[in-house]
Write a protein that binds this ligand. Structure first.
Ligand code: FES
Length: 102
C-alpha cells in the first residue's frame, strides 16, 4: 500500500475534519472519538464539502441538506443521499496520520 503523510495528529481537532488533495481527488481527513478516517470530501447527493459539515460519533453530516455518512463504511445513514462516499485506509505512525489511495 502506498501511504502518504497527510497531517500531524494534533493538526486535526476531535469531531472535525480537514480537506486535502491527493492524486487530484478532493479528500477529507476526519477525527471522531479520537479515531481518524479518510473519505471523499464531496457529498454524493449534490455538491457540498463534507469538511464544512458537522462531525460526531463516527459520522459526518453534510452542510447542505443534512445527509449523514458513516465514516467507517461511507454508507449514508439518512436521506437525501443514497450513494456512499468512498473511505480510504488510514494509519497513525510517529504522531502523523497517513492515508492510502489506490
Ligand atoms: S449535497 Fe449533501 S445532502 Fe445534499
Amino acid at each position: 500500500m502506498n501511504w502518504t503523510r497527510i497531517a500531524a495528529v494534533d493538526e486535526v481537532e476531535d469531531d472535525a475534519g480537514m480537506p486535502f488533495k491527493l492524486d487530484g481527488r478532493d479528500l477529507a481527513l476526519f477525527r471522531s472519538g479520537g479515531e481518524f478516517f479518510a473519505a471523499d470530501n464531496v457529498c454524493t447527493h449534490q455538491y457540498a464539502l463534507l469538511t464544512d459539515g458537522y462531525v460526531e460519533d463516527g459520522c459526518v453530516e453534510c452542510p447542505l441538506h443534512q445527509a449523514q455518512f458513516d465514516l467507517r463504511t461511507g454508507e449514508p445513514r439518512c436521506a437525501p443521499a443514497t450513494q456512499p462516499i468512498r473511505i480510504y485506509p488510514v494509519k497513525v505512525e510517529d504522531e502523523a496520520v497517513y492515508v492510502a489511495v489506490e
